[in-house]
Structures are given as structure tokens and as C-alpha cells.
Design a protein around this ligand. Sequence first.
Ligand code: NAP
Length: 164
Amino acid sequence: MHRVVIDGGTGGIGLATARALRARGVPLHLVGRDAGRLETAAAELGETGFPEGDVTDPGLCSRVAQEAGPRLGGLVYAIGTIQLAPAIRVNVVAPSLTRTPLAEAITRNQALASGIAAMHALQRLGEPEDGAALAAFLVSAEASYVTGQGIGVDGGCSSLRAKG
Ligand SMILES: NC(=O)c1ccc[n+]([C@@H]2O[C@H](COP(=O)([O-])OP(=O)(O)OC[C@H]3O[C@@H](n4cnc5c(N)ncnc54)[C@H](OP(=O)(O)O)[C@@H]3O)[C@@H](O)[C@H]2O)c1
């Protein structure tokens, strides 16, 4: 099975995506800057470990491609263009406010979180697993005819008006 690289793989949505892919038996390579978080994630996922990497480092892509090995098969949190087709598919997962460390400054305020949740047709905030489920599908063979798409995982807030 092909290996999937996850930039930001130790974060809220990235780690949830890693767990969803691991549950499908997909080998993983996580990228992040904090060695301790990478080590903890590797231990949980049953991988041998991941070296630190910063996505602003121009040499990162080639280094990760080498580290991940010849069976590299997918990339989550990638930037690309349609010119990469047909070899590479590029899709974007677009979450609304999701309960992760990034959003904690907002979500820990219960009144604020409830108010924002009420602005969504589905009346709740996102969980990391919501975006992860779509990302895991998009890098799978089941999505082999899906490219160039931006898909909202946003409780309907980009397209539906909340009731009330
Ligand atoms: N949470 C939301 O409400 C929300 C909504 C819309 C979009 N998003 C987007 O979804 C993505 C994931 O968000 P999240 O909420 O899961 O964030 P998060 O929990 O803060 O996780 C961010 C991840 O990115 C890594 N990272 C940050 N800067 C990096 C760098 N320069 N090089 C390599 N790794 C780096 C972090 O690890 P280290 O710090 O150890 O490097 C961590 O693994 C982000 O692009 C965010 O903008 C989130």
C-alpha cells in the first residue's frame, strides 16, 4: 500500500486524518516541527518515527520524498496546480471552525462557541474527525476520479442559512 505524507500531521485535523488512514492500514509519514509531538504520534500510529520538518524549508519536499520512500502515494495539505494531472490529484478540504489547538482560543469560550455553532445549519462546531474522514477518502483509490475540487466540511455554513 502507498505511503501518505501529512504536513501538520501532529495537529488537530492532521492527527485525526492520520488515525483515519491508519485504521485503513495506510502507511504514514507525518511532518511537523516539534520532535516530541512527532515521537508521540509515531508511537501511537505504530510507525518507526518521523524527523522534524518545516514546510517553509524549500528543501523539505525532496527530503520528505526520500524519507517516505519509493511507495509515496499521497499528500495531505498539499499545494499544487492542475498541471500536475494526471499523475497527481489535488483537492482541498475546507473546514469551518474546528475544535483543534489552533482554534482553542475561540472554542474554549463557551458562549462564543455556542454562538458560532448556531450560525451553522448543522448547529455544531467541527471536530477534527470530520475533516479527517474526507481527507482519508480523497487520498484513497476510491477517489481516483476526483481532482481539482474544494469541498467544504463546514456544517453547511458556506451554502445554507441556519434556522432561526
Ligand atoms: N481548526 C479550524 O477551525 C480550522 C478552520 C479552517 C481551516 N483550518 C486549517 O486546517 C489546517 C490544520 O489546522 P488545525 O486546526 O489542525 O491546526 P493545529 O491543531 O494547530 O495543527 C497544525 C499542525 O501544523 C504543524 N505546523 C505548523 N506550522 C508548521 C510548519 N511551518 N512546518 C511544519 N509543520 C507545521 C503543527 O506542528 P508543529 O507546530 O509541531 O510544527 C501541527 O502539526 C490549517 O491549515 C488551518 O489553517 C483550520
